[in-house]
Design a binder for this molecule. Structure first.
Ligand SMILES: *Cc1c(COP(=O)(O)O)cnc(C)c1O
Length: 414
């Protein structure tokens, strides 16, 4: 039977539910509350029937976006949040309790690293491992281990976790396997393929894609049987056990903590998501061309990009991500090229944090997003003082190469 592809499915997903007045774009629903003609109907929705009550728990607009993300991930259910961090906080704080043990990749997004620090203070034990080496993950597992967490491609070092083998370990040990898919996006990679239980995507990055809305999502792949997971509250032990984890995340994480995605950013993200495949292909092509160009440049000491043959996990990335390597580069400048001088000379590339925007963005990683954690932790994470993080946009390739070339040459001439 013919199956529609990635983009066709996303473009037409809204119309699989009824769309008011035949509107081609799913209408936006900014209403905070939802009224019913029959009080029994209101009670039924509170008691679990599909429907809307108060917008903190979701609206037709967030539900339509969640369906899109769920299609992309091939998931069993998706819950959206105001930001990626709200989504991660909901996963960790609702599924882990004092005395539980988490095995986490040591190469994680800076704010995720900080969030895990909070979790430590709340009494969760955490072992940080080099997740590119699955033997370290296996060795870290203890009797009280409940969860393994990793990103797909780490930022800014672009380390690629041993995702498939970690998935096998989690299945064998009955552990919840949480994968942050933000850097790859579901166009490059579906973590369900390697046995992930839960997938987190920051919608602020490639999925929204235009730097005009923040959002996050948690997708349950349906692969984890929550019936043996003791941290599920009795109230949520109903229906198929594969859905219990996401129900708890939605009730305890979204409803009670309140990091809800509002209708307007949800709508922007949903429109942006329609072109994910087109944008991502261009991000990947530009990043590969720029990485190859910079690797040969005398103003550059080292380029971190999984698409380069010199990258330690190049073969793994090619196998996992279908020879698409993402839009993020780590660039270590040569001795004598000052990172601030270099950045100040760029004309097209914007000096800004964020990634996954259509425009190319660059920043000095050690002095900005990884400043708070201190020199020692930066060293552990492989973040050199001269490291520039580049989020490669969808500009014309020749213009990007020209901009980097003129800025580097300007520094070298001094
Ligand atoms: C940006 C990012 C997050 C957090 O997402 P926000 O939407 O900014 O809160 C989490 N993980 C990774 C890998 C990210 O790049």
């Amino acid at each position: 039977m013919h199956q529609n592809g990635f983009t066709t499915t996303i473009l037409h997903s809204d119309r699989q539910q009824s769309v008011e007045h035949g509107a081609v774009h799913k209408p936006m629903h900014p209403s905070s509350e939802f009224a019913y003609d029959d009080a029994r109907e209101l009670a039924a929705v509170f008691q679990g029937k599909a429907g809307f009550t108060y917008a903190r728990q979701g609206t037709p607009t967030t539900t339509a976006l969640e369906a899109k993300i769920n299609h992309m991930e091939g998931g069993k259910g998706t819950v959206s949040f105001a930001t990626g961090m709200a989504a991660l906080a909901a996963i960790f704080t609702t599924l882990l309790r004092r005395g539980d043990h988490l095995v986490s990749s040591q190469y994680v997004f800076g704010n995720t690293n900080s969030l895990l620090g909070t979790l430590l203070e709340l009494g969760v034990e955490i072992t940080f491992v080099d997740a590119t080496d699955s033997a370290q993950v296996r060795a870290a597992i203890q009797p009280n281990t409940r969860m393994v967490f990793t990103e797909t491609i780490a930022n800014p070092g672009t380390q690629v976790a041993d995702l498939a083998v970690i998935g096998e370990i989690c299945r064998e040990k009955g552990l919840v396997y949480v994968v942050d898919n933000t850097l790859t996006s579901p166009w490059m990679f579906r973590p369900s393929v390697v046995g992930a239980s839960l997938v987190m995507n920051s919608l602020s990055k490639y999925i929204g894609g235009h730097g005009n809305a923040l959002g996050g999502a948690v997708t349950d792949t349906g692969l984890y049987d929550w019936s043996g997971y003791s941290n599920i509250f009795d109230a949520y032990r109903k229906g198929a056990p594969t859905s219990w984890g996401l129900t708890q995340i939605k009730k305890k994480g979204l409803r009670d903590m309140g990091g809800t995605l509002a209708a307007e950013p949800a709508h922007r993200i949903a429109v942006g998501a329609e072109t994910l495949a087109l944008r991502m292909a261009k991000h990947c092509a530009n990043a590969l061309a720029l990485a190859r160009f910079l690797e040969e440049h005398r103003g550059v000491a080292k380029v971190h990009y999984p698409g380069l043959a010199s990258h330690p996990q190049h073969a793994r990335a090619a196998a996992l991500f279908g020879s698409r390597f993402g839009g993020l580069l780590g660039v270590e400048l040569a001795d004598g090229v000052d990172c601030f001088d270099f950045l100040n000379r760029l004309r097209i590339v914007l000096m800004a944090t964020h990634l996954g925007d259509t425009r190319s963005l660059a920043l000095p990683a050690a002095h900005t997003i990884y400043y708070e954690m201190g020199a020692e932790r930066r060293k552990q994470m492989g973040i050199a003082d001269s490291l520039i993080r580049v989020s490669v946009g969808i500009e014309d390739e020749a213009d990007l190469l020209f901009d980097f070339d003129q800025a580097l040459n300007g520094c070298l001439q001094g």
